[in-house]
Design a protein around this ligand. Structure first.
Ligand code: NAP
Length: 233
């Protein structure tokens, strides 16, 4: 059987880049999605230089035409998609009050973090259904969990709450198939988004995401995980 193929959105830096590295280390063929070609190529070249099987694919998740083009590229090049990691995300309303944040900022956040993931899953699901195998990992955050809900960053929180909801819905619709949809919180990770004070390195942040991407057939679906343990929605 040919190698399993994984697509990682926002794979050019941060957690996404490390997920690409770890998936390749687990012998998957990795497609590194990035919205800026120069950044994506540079990242894929660096991973290939360290022995990883990684190819760059242009992918702006907030642009439906770009998502559709990426699906065509993956289908033509590999004829399959086994793993989809919806990692691309923005956090542009950090600490802003829900009462003050411009609604355009909230909309922009939903466009990437929610609709970007939604569009990408819908584009690639036919490939997974065709082969009756798939692992979708939605990179969420405890900031979107009702259980941990606080104030501030309304757009970001809403986007991740809705992404969690989408995870449940899709897993429900896929019940009885070997296509699993789970959400993961990487914890607070040292990246451009997480900042220098975050306690976790990218390897730790990527671990649960990669674990979910490689779940065996009897693994869970429709759940939310951190540190490989289920957490409350
Ligand atoms: P990051 O360092 O800021 O990287 C974000 C990535 O998303 C970049 O590759 C960025 O591409 C990409 N991206 C943004 N908008 C995109 C779009 N429209 N299309 C395609 N790619 C796009 O963030 P990170 O810390 O690695 O976060 C990765 C994921 O983990 C996010 O979903 C985030 O919400 C989640 N998360 C992070 C933390 C944390 O502490 N870091 C905690 C909880 C959850 P460009 O380089 O082109 O901007």
């Amino acid at each position: 059987m040919s190698k399993r193929v994984a697509l990682v959105t926002g794979g050019n830096r941060g957690i996404g880049y490390e997920v690409c590295r770890q998936l390749a280390a687990n012998s998957l063929q990795v497609v590194l999605g990035a919205r800026r070609a120069a950044d994506g190529r540079r990242a894929a070249d660096a991973l290939r230089a360290s022995g990883c099987d990684v190819e760059f694919c242009p992918l702006d998740v907030a642009d439906a035409a770009s998502v559709s083009a990426a699906r065509q590229i993956v289908e033509q090049q590999y004829g399959r998609l086994d793993v989809l990691v919806n990692n691309a995300g923005i956090y542009i309303d950090e600490d802003q009050s829900a009462f003050d944040v411009p609604l355009d900022t909230v909309r922009q956040t939903l466009e990437v973090n929610l609709f970007g993931a939604y569009e990408t899953i819908r584009a690639f699901m036919p490939l997974m259904r065709r082969q009756q195998y798939g692992r979708v990992v939605n990179v969420s955050s405890g900031m979107g969990a009702f259980d941990e809900m606080g104030g501030g960053s309304a757009g970001y929180r809403l986007s991740k709450t809705a992404l969690n909801s989408l995870t449940r819905m899709m897993a429900n619709e896929l019940e009885g198939t070997n296509i699993k949809v789970n959400a993961a919180c990487p914890g607070w990770v040292r990246t451009d988004m997480g900042g220098a004070d975050a306690p976790r390195d990218v390897a730790t942040g990527a671990d649960t995401i990669v674990w979910l991407a490689l779940l065996p057939d009897d693994g869970p679906s429709g759940r939310f995980f951190r540190d490989r343990q289920p957490i409350a929605w």
